[in-house]
Design a protein around this ligand. Structure first.
Ligand SMILES: Nc1ncnc2c1ncn2[C@@H]1O[C@H](COP(=O)(O)OP(=O)(O)OP(=O)(O)O)[C@@H](O)[C@H]1O
Length: 278
């Protein structure tokens, strides 16, 4: 079957004066429909730049990006195939939500990119109320401003905003890294449920191996702008081939540890937190 997204040889070079810096070099991967594909690597390894290039927020210096077999990045122009088809959720809802806008306007804003009939169909009061409730907030919250919410609630608003256009593909760029551990678990479980309910495909960016293991089917490990290893999460966790991947894995206390801290959330702790909330 053809992949939903295919990234081939993409690179991003930033220039400052006469200096140039390759943030991303020769990156290849593909994501099948319905899959969650993880990108992991240390800070500055190029993960966010890849997410931005796929969603058209940055233009690749070279390479190609295909979506449903159609070229997204043509080498000089980003072809947005269907408005709202692809969305992105950023790490920090504090800075990604406009503090002067009420929640209703924030969530509805992406619909502006859609043709009028589609905008009207997707932006009904009924759909808005169903969505805000589904992400765990209340209808009365629609009239409030971002500063009136906790970090976890703000990320739920960002998730609702990403889903209002009924996308098929969502880039999740460190969506829980700025949140408390117990809140992280709830938001990750919400993302899993929404994926199932809405047949979503995710590119999941994280620097946390445990989060990647919990969320993803396949993954790529990045170091200094390049992918050093790609494979199924199971294969990479049980038999890492690259020395950098081995180092990342060896820094995990234990995949079966009971310990819960900010750096390592185990699968067990997600389940425990999720059960507590239900
Ligand atoms: N607009 C820009 N201009 C110049 N350099 C940039 C720009 N955006 C990113 N970079 C540089 O590109 C490199 C990759 O950045 P990127 O944000 O993609 O890394 P990352 O792996 O997502 O890191 P983090 O986990 O810290 O977000 C970094 O060295 C960064 O400083």
């Amino acid at each position: 079957m053809n992949p939903l997204l295919q990234v081939s040889g993409i690179g991003k070079e930033y220039r400052k004066g006469t200096q140039s810096f390759h943030a991303v070099s020769q990156v290849d991967f593909s994501i099948a429909r319905g899959e969650t594909f993880g990108l992991i690597g240390e800070s500055g390894s190029g993960k966010s730049t890849i997410g931005k290039m796929i969603t058209g927020l940055e233009h690749p210096t070279n390479g190609t990006i295909l979506y449903e077999g159609t070229t997204l990045w043509t080498g000089h122009k980003f072809n947005r195939l269907k408005p709202g088809e692809m969305q992105i959720v950023f790490q920090d809802p504090q800075s990604s939500l406009d503090p002067r806008m009420r929640v209703e306007s924030i969530i509805m804003e992406p619909l502006q990119a859609l043709p009028t009939t589609e905008r009207k169909a997707k932006g009904t009061t009924e759909k808005l109320h169903a969505l805000i409730t589904r992400v765990g907030l209340k209808v009365e919250h629609l009239n409030r401003f971002p500063h009136e919410f906790s970090g976890g609630q703000r990320q739920r608003i960002a998730i609702a905003r990403a889903l209002i256009t009924d996308p098929s593909f969502v880039v999740l760029d460190e969506p829980t890294s700025a949140l408390d551990v117990s809140v992280q678990a709830h938001v990750l479980n919400l993302l899993q449920e929404l994926k199932r309910e809405r047949n979503l495909t995710y590119l999941f960016i994280s620097h946390n191996m445990s989060v990647i293991r919990y969320m993803c089917d396949r993954m790529a490990v990045m170091q200094k702008g390049r992918i050093v290893e790609t494979g199924s999460v199971t294969d990479i966790f049980t038999n890492p081939q690259d020395t950098y991947t081995q180092t990342l894995l060896s820094s995990l206390p234990s995949l079966h540890a009971k310990k819960v801290d900010n750096e390592c959330l185990t699968e067990q702790s997600y389940e425990k937190s999720a059960n507590k909330s239900s």
